[in-house]
Design a protein around this ligand. Structure first.
Ligand code: C5P
Ligand code: MG
Length: 211
């Protein structure tokens, strides 16, 4: 899929672009359909974070006129696979840098890092994360939500076939990332098989001392 395409280069020789004093990054993870986006929207309202959804940035790049990566991104998303980190990290880095120039310093990076290489490279070349919010949700609840969302989302991956693949990728590829951060005591785990308000209360209680 990437054979005849040149991926953006990630320069790992200069260290991180920002220190943790300059920029706060909170990673937001959870299986597909774990309402990460909904919770992020609330945090944006109350804590003035900038919300950067890796999936949204990839879909925007896919649809951008003149993008070389449109069909590659479409392929990975439909198959529920993780897009090569060069693309996703370049999009995030550009966005964070542009926002920083405007005076924004607090970011929720949603749906990222979904694979170990993304976690390592992001912290190496952008900024170390402050902590990880992990929305832990049973698969049957997520499946039901995604099927419901699929009626109107227009997303190529909100169908049973893609959803199953996304669950598999989450278990095999993304859970190890969460476990790695947990071993460093950086994970705040939120049970999300409760109402949106209850989930958000839990979030607020847990992040209050860590920001
Ligand atoms: O987070 P969201 O469900 O919007 O992500 C949709 C898809 O985008 C994922 O299933 C994956 O194919 C791709 N993605 C990725 N790397 C990320 C986030 C999303 O490859 N960090
Ligand atoms: Mg999302």
């Amino acid at each position: 899929m990437t054979a005849n395409l040149e991926l953006p280069k990630l320069d790992t020789s200069k260290g991180a672009a920002f220190t943790s004093d300059q920029v706060t990054v909170v990673f937001v993870l959870g299986g597909p359909g774990a309402v990460k986006g909904t919770q992020c929207n609330r945090l944006v309202e109350d804590y003035h974070f900038i919300h950067l959804s890796a999936g949204d940035l990839l879909r925007a790049e896919q649809n951008r006129e003149g993008s070389q990566f449109g069909s590659l991104i479409n392929h990975y998303i439909t198959e529920g696979l993780i897009v090569p980190q060069e693309i996703t990290i370049s999009l995030l880095k550009n966005n964070i840098e542009e926002n920083y120039k405007k005076g924004n310093t607090k970011f929720l990076v949603d749906g990222f890092p979904r694979k170990m290489d993304q976690a390592i490279t992001f912290e190496e070349i952008i900024v170390p994360s402050k902590f990880v919010l992990f929305f832990d949700c049973p698969e049957d609840v997520m499946l039901e939500r995604l099927m419901e969302r699929g009626k109107t989302s227009g997303r190529v991956d909100d169908n049973v076939e893609s959803i199953k693949k996304r669950f598999k990728t989450f278990e095999e590829t993304s859970m190890p990332v969460i476990n790695m951060f947990a071993s460093k005591n950086k994970v705040i785990k939120i049970k999300c098989d409760q109402s949106v308000d209850e989930v958000y209360n839990d979030v607020q209680k847990n992040i209050k001392d860590r920001l």
